[in-house]
Design a binder for this molecule. Structure first.
Ligand code: NAP
Length: 293
């Protein structure tokens, strides 16, 4: 069994990005600039945003965090996004999800200029992805592709089961893996809460991607020998033995699965890290697009 190490993949990508930023700065141009909007006080969201900003600093990107109150009116949030849309010094805009209930996520996603939409959630970018011509691949599916590429894991002709059909993970990764081309050409089955016989479908899969949000959902008896297992899940589980009072659990029962599979991502230390590296790649792409390069 080989551990698919997000640390190694992300570091290699960040080294490449840092070299590119260094060469941009040598030409006396400004560095790419990511703006992150954080609404409210959700602990997990704060951690995600601060990890993204930290990664920006590591590669030499500029970054801006805008903190808004939990009770903020939707119109104020949209106004803030419009200011960033019109600011030529900002290349990428992300609004950390989930948002408080008074705010309609789709309205917010649609208000971001598609050429600054580094999360790739705008309907225009979704359409481009669907037709095989993406500007921005949503960061988590992109991170999974980068992980598979780094370890030379073949997808062509393979049977893939994706568990989860969300717009940010399950749906886009299933589309990408079934498309024509590198990292594609797989035969993909998408499972969700209404799927019957998930165990049997997983047992037939060469690659299982779990994006459910239920710890230990994928058990050892669901994985065939030699399969590749990608665990996207991140759930905070109360744990008094930890300083923070919780531990992070993936969707896969790692101890049961790791002996059977050929490759597996750990949680933490897997897809979460490549997701951040993918976001940085998207930000650089937005920088080039917005500079007309
Ligand atoms: P989500 O929007 O809640 O979607 C979960 C999906 O799992 C849904 O499609 C749901 O089916 C399906 N599901 C729920 N219970 C099921 C069951 N019993 N059997 C089969 N399918 C079931 O979650 P998400 O945003 O995609 O995130 C999934 C997990 O990935 C979460 O733990 C999240 O924290 C994590 N995540 C990690 C990263 C990262 O960087 N590593 C990024 C994003 C998300 P229905 O559609 O039928 O409801």
């Amino acid at each position: 069994m080989v551990l698919l190490q997000g640390t190694i993949v992300a570091q290699a990508l960040k080294n490449d990005l840092k070299a590119i930023v260094d060469s941009i700065l040598l030409e006396n141009k400004r560095a790419p600039n990511l703006a992150a909007i954080l609404v409210g006080d959700n602990g997990a969201s704060k951690t995600y945003v601060s990890n993204k900003i930290k990664a920006c600093k590591e590669v030499g990107f500029q970054s801006t965090i805008i903190n808004l109150d939990e009770n903020v009116d939707q119109s104020i949030l949209i106004n803030q996004i419009e200011k960033l849309n019109n600011n030529s010094a900002i290349d990428g805009i992300l609004v950390q999800l989930p948002l408080p209930k008074q705010i309609n996520e789709q309205d917010i996603v649609k208000s971001i200029n598609p050429s600054k939409d580094v999360d790739g959630f705008h309907p225009l970018n979704t359409g481009k992805l669907l037709t095989g011509n993406p500007d921005f691949i949503p960061a988590t599916p992109f991170g999974i592709l980068l992980m598979l590429s780094h370890y030379n894991i073949e997808t062509s002709g393979k049977k893939v089961v994706v568990i989860g059909r969300s717009n940010i993970v399950g749906r886009p990764i299933s589309i990408l893996l079934s498309q024509l081309g590198q990292n594609g050409n797989a035969t993909v089955t998408v499972c969700h809460s209404k799927t019957n016989n998930i165990e049997q479908l997983c047992l037939e899969a060469d690659i299982v991607i779990a994006a459910v949000g239920i710890p230990n959902f994928v058990k050892g008896n669901m994985i065939k020998n030699g399969a590749v297992v990608i665990d996207v899940g991140i759930t905070r589980v109360p744990d008094n033995s930890k300083k923070l009072g919780y531990s992070i659990k993936g969707d896969v029962a790692f101890d049961e699965v790791f002996e059977k599979c050929s490759y597996i991502t750990p949680v933490p230390g897997g897809v979460g890290l490549t997701t951040i590296a993918a976001l940085l790649k998207n930000t650089l792409h937005a920088y080039y697009m917005n500079q007309g390069i």
